[in-house]
Design a protein around this ligand. Structure first.
Ligand code: 1GP
Length: 248
């Protein structure tokens, strides 16, 4: 059984209008000492989720990093896999991502078929998630690796209809991502349009570095703001980000 019911926690926060912060850890990018500092600070501050994943993570390192994180932080560990090889029992949950902004069948359903028997036997909590890649002003790793076009940042209606279709197909959460290291985070207008279109809890990430940027996204309707690069480069930024989450 999963140690923590992540979807219930997400849904409860969404219903209570409580704003949450997730830190994305990329085991390939982070130096271990820096990763430790980020994880320990996340534990001290009560960061709501640790997402673990990336475009090129290799599995032996993934298992080791997950065990290491588990010892340092009680927050739910949620896999955010770039492909079907990034699976491990040493997490609490998995965002089972379908890249619904793209038209690459492999990332809509193909990888899922490969992963399904492993996941059926695993203790992981599976959270079906509609993943929308949004243009962040630079070609992202996800765009390159997935061979898909992101949704233009000035087309909130396309994002809203995509999220709506995903929810109607049964996806339980929606993730709007401008891609790691985006020059421009997902615009507030787009978040607001998606928020109006669906009931599902909403993750928003990519290029978010400051408390002001995070606050604007929470106000627009994000339930969870995800920070990766900023937390990796300057773990101390989590203090202000968590304080801002509590202000919402
Ligand atoms: C990417 O949303 C995440 O999937 C995090 O992006 O590294 O830019 O914070 P950053």
């Amino acid at each position: 059984m999963p140690l923590q019911n992540v979807y219930a926690k997400l849904l409860n926060a969404h219903q209570q209008r409580e704003k949450q912060l997730a830190v994305l850890l990329d085991p390939d990018l982070a130096r271990l000492s820096r990763l430790h500092r980020t994880v320990e600070l996340a534990a001290e501050l009560g960061v709501h989720y640790l997402l673990v994943g990336g475009s090129l993570v290799v599995n032996d390192r993934l298992d080791a990093v997950l065990s290491d994180i588990r010892q340092r932080c009680a927050a739910p560990i949620v896999l955010f896999p770039g492909n079907s090889f990034q699976l491990s029992y040493r997490a609490d949950a998995l965002l089972f991502l379908s890249l619904i902004s793209g038209r690459n069948a492999d990332l809509l359903i193909g990888q899922h078929v490969i992963a399904a028997p492993f996941l059926r036997r695993s203790p992981l909590e599976i959270i079906p998630t509609g993943y929308l890649l949004i243009d962040g002003g630079v070609v992202s790793s996800v765009q390159y690796m997935s061979n898909t076009l992101p949704i233009p940042a000035n087309k909130p209606d396309i994002a809203a209809c995509t999220a709506m279709a995903g929810e109607m197909l049964g996806l339980k959460t929606i993730y709007l991502d401008a891609g790691s290291g985006a020059h421009r985070p997902v615009p507030e207008e787009m978040i607001a349009a998606v928020r109006t279109a669906v009931e599902a809890p909403l993750w928003v990430g990519g290029g978010i570095r400051t408390p002001e940027q995070a606050a604007a996204r929470w106000r627009a309707g994000a339930d969870v703001v995800v920070v990766g690069t900023a937390a990796e480069q300057q773990p101390e930024c989590l203090r202000e980000l968590m304080a801002e989450a509590k202000n919402q």
